[in-house]
Design a protein around this ligand. Structure first.
Ligand code: FAD
Length: 385
């Protein structure tokens, strides 16, 4: 199968789940801040949870393009569901990057079979947007490690089977930013979840905080070598996370555009019989929204394809994608809210959910401002941080 055929097949599979499972449940999950269990099950049954697991471990062996395609398709119905799926895939990619034989068998193979959900637990209350500077302490403890700290947002929190947790390096391995990543299984003693997540938007994804109170993990749970994990941040976490979120926010922008198009194409004034979309200024604004979405989609797909192909120039393109998609999602959703008038503003409409979900783009680290700075620094051949 060619790359295009593979991606088309992925989009078809994701679109079927988005239409049949995600769409009917999205509003209720948002209202009740409920994790999308049914959608995650359907994605597992369709073999999509192993999207980024290497073929050798039974997965689909997809890279960034596949992740973008599926996240974008799901997000057109529910940004929260797309994010749950995407964070699982990013966690998978981090595990797969330097997996030991035991980690392949204990994590990657069950993930490929749709029996295991994983996710990333990086952000902390102290260092906030500087997610690559964890303060969670890791100490050698007998034949394993002991972890102490707090993670402030963990998407899939309490619902995943394992968490990829960043910690401050145990050894005197490095200076600023040197840290380790370890796998912590759900249910490990000392893992204490705080109050259920209920954000402004992205409400159906359980992005809860968790305290690690003397959590013990075996030595084999360490990912890679102690202290070499800045490599993970820039080689694996950054590209996978940035492209997963870029795809998600392109899907959010497309959803807003679709709602606006539908409204302008169907709303008629009773006094004149005039279609709202026949107002030139409104058609003009809809045209601008379309151009914004399409331009950003092309940028995101192109960056993913270049990175998958190993193009050394892809880094700059990848860095800019989440910021561009965030700007587009927020801008287009905001504009759609104007075009759809009081009818959309009223009653916490679908567009209201889209707008609330879109706003997460700018605060999720690396934030839009930080990414624009990193993109500029990459263009100038300056170190990113
Ligand atoms: C819905 C949701 C889901 C999330 N899921 C996860 C997850 O699964 N795993 C995970 O590890 N984290 C997750 N996060 C955390 C997220 O990625 C950020 O780390 C977190 O939101 C930072 O919050 P803060 O309040 O500490 O921000 P702060 O660090 O206090 O920053 C506040 C704001 O200041 C600005 N800012 C900060 N530093 C700079 C700078 N250097 N330059 C310019 N502007 C700056 C930014 O606009 C930022 O939004 C999630 C967050 C959200 C909202």
């Amino acid at each position: 199968m060619s790359q295009t055929e593979r991606l088309d097949a992925l989009v078809d599979a994701a679109r079927a789940i988005a239409g049949e499972v995600v769409a009917p449940l999205a509003e209720g999950e948002d209202a009740e801040a409920r994790w999308p269990a049914e959608a995650m099950r359907a994605l597992a049954d369709a073999g999509l949870m192993g999207l980024n697991v290497p073929e050798a471990q039974g997965g689909r062996g997809e890279g960034l393009s596949g992740l973008v395609a599926v996240a974008e398709t799901l997000a057109a119905e529910s940004a929260s569901t797309a994010m749950c799926f995407a964070m699982h895939c990013v966690g998978t990619a981090v595990i797969a990057a330097k997996a030991t034989d035991w980690q392949k068998q204990a994590y990657l193979e069950p993930i490929a079979r749709g029996e295991h959900v994983t996710t990333l637990a990086l952000s902390e209350p102290g260092t906030g947007a500087h997610f690559y500077l964890p303060e969670t302490a890791i100490e050698a403890d007998g034949d394993g490690f002991r972890l102490e700290g707090t993670k402030s947002f963990v998407t899939n929190g309490g619902h995943a089977d394992s968490y990829v947790v960043s910690t401050r390096a145990a050894a005197d391995a490095g200076g600023d930013g040197a840290f380790s990543c370890v796998l912590v299984d759900e249910g490990t003693p000392g893992l204490e979840w705080s109050a259920p997540w209920a954000g402004l938007g992205m409400r159906g994804n359980s992005s809860s905080a968790v305290r690690l109170d003397g959590v013990r993990v075996p030595r084999r749970s360490l990912l890679g070598a102690e202290g070499d994990q800045l490599w993970y941040v820039f080689e694996v976490v950054a590209p996978y996370f940035l492209m997963a979120m870029a795809g998600t926010y392109v899907g959010v922008a497309q959803a807003a555009l679709d709602v606006a198009r539908e409204h302008l194409g169907t709303r008629r004034f009773s006094h004149s019989g005039q279609l709202l979309g026949s107002e030139p200024v409104l058609a003009h604004r809809l045209g601008e929204m379309y151009m914004d979405v399409e331009r950003t989609r092309r940028m995101v797909h192109s960056a993913a394809a270049r990175a998958d192909a190993g193009d050394p120039g892809a880094l700059v393109a990848v860095l800019g994608c989440k910021a561009a998609a965030g700007d587009t999602a927020v801008g287009v959703a905001n504009e759609a809210m104007t075009l759809c008038g009081g009818m959309a503003y009223r009653d916490n409409s679908r567009l209201a959910r889209i707008l609330r979900d879109a706003r997460a783009a700018h605060v999720m680290a690396p934030t839009t401002d930080i990414l624009k700075t990193w993109t500029g620094r990459a263009l100038l051949n300056l170190p990113l941080v």
